[in-house]
Design a protein around this ligand. Structure first.
Ligand SMILES: NC(=O)c1ccc[n+]([C@@H]2O[C@H](COP(=O)([O-])OP(=O)(O)OC[C@H]3O[C@@H](n4cnc5c(N)ncnc54)[C@H](O)[C@@H]3O)[C@@H](O)[C@H]2O)c1
Length: 315
């Protein structure tokens, strides 16, 4: 039996997202060893060298290009390999391409690493999380996706700009699909315990319907806008990966909207994001936040959208 090294991570896929995540993790000092794997070995080697040259300004650690044999004791395996969204392409358009890539990667991971946490980042992240769980045979708590952690950060950022308040004082979630059917859970949103609408009025904003619609649309369209302007998104997701790894490595039991396989009476047989407790065991449970009837219906619709895609992919 291989003993897991809680200070070791592996990143599979070293494109924009994988390399930005490696850089963010190097800066986080959470890990003392990071293995980089890419189908393009030169790319993994180049990224490892480039990031290593920053170590004299950071803290000592090992970051190197490796093989699947090197990941056997990695506590966290982050999968970012896959094609990215092209301008105008939805995340769901990517599905077939990236499922095929997962069919080659996930069995390799499971062959060498028996007890680690599989963190899926490649898109469509909810579909690939479900597929990774099936292909790995890992228990559900140890396979989850970055889900709407990034979308929730975008929501907090836009709200913080709107309200002139620290984004960290805002408690609000995007739930459901990381994609077009995602839902802003407005009914439970608050700023340090003050209901959102009340706080908006304290800051001189009274047109709640328009503001919430514009902000939710802004969140949903962020990726499209960034891809249109600079072809890929990677810094925001890299910080999200760092935050999730922090919760795992430090066993923080933080509540983060990661994508995990749902198992409730209303929603099951699909992975999507709900606030969940994240610690060293991975997802330790989901948190059933209060939703109004409209949000509940939208969540069910989001789950049905994902299920229809899964049905096409898995048949
Ligand atoms: N979850 C999120 O919030 C989020 C945010 C941004 C991007 N993404 C997704 O992350 C993924 C990567 O995006 P990117 O911009 O880094 O793409 P990219 O094209 O820059 O990088 C993908 C990398 O994967 C590698 N790769 C492909 N097949 C492989 C295999 N079988 N084994 C190992 N490596 C393989 C490629 O060589 C490439 O280096 C995409 O699916 C993108 O949609 C997710």
């Amino acid at each position: 039996m291989v003993e897991m090294n809680s200070r070791k991570a592996a990143i599979i896929g070293c494109g924009f997202v994988g390399s930005a995540s490696a850089f963010a993790l190097m800066e986080s000092h959470l890990f003392s060893e990071i293995v980089l794997i890419d189908a393009d070995k030169n790319r993994a080697e180049g990224e490892a060298l480039d990031i290593s040259h920053g170590l004299p300004f950071s803290k000592p650690m090992q970051i190197y290009a490796g093989t699947y044999e090197d990941i056997s004791d990695a506590a966290v395996v982050i999968v970012t390999a896959g094609a990215g969204q092209k301008p105008g392409e939805t995340r769901l358009d990517l599905v077939k391409k990236n499922v095929a890539i997962f069919k080659s990667i996930i069995p390799e991971i499971a062959k060498y690493n028996k007890d680690g946490i599989l963190l899926v980042v490649a898109n469509p992240v909810d579909i690939l999380t479900y597929v990774a769980k099936q292909l790995s045979g890992f228990p559900s708590n140890r396979v989850f996706g970055s889900g709407t952690v990034l979308d929730t950060a975008r929501l907090k950022y836009l709200l913080s700009e709107h309200l002139g308040v620290d984004s960290r004082s805002i408690h609000a979630f995007i739930i459901g699909e990381h994609g077009d059917s995602e839902i802003a859970a407005w009914s439970s949103a608050n700023v340090s315990g003050v209901p959102l609408h009340k706080f908006c009025e304290m800051r001189g904003h009274y047109n709640h319907t328009r503001a919430t619609r514009e902000i939710a649309e802004g969140v949903k369209n962020s990726a499209y806008e960034i891809i249109e302007k600079k072809k890929a998104t990677y810094y925001g997701i890299a910080m999200s990966v760092r935050r999730i790894c922090e919760a795992i490595v430090r066993d923080e039991k933080s509540i983060l909207p990661v994508s995990s396989i749902q198992n409730t009476e209303e929603i099951n047989g699909v992975a999507l994001s709900m606030p969940a407790i994240v610690g060293k065991q991975g997802v330790e449970g989901t948190v059933p936040i209060e939703l109004n009837a409209e949000e509940k219906a939208a969540l069910k619709e989001s789950a049905d959208t994902l299920k229809a895609v899964l049905h096409d992919v898995l048949e």
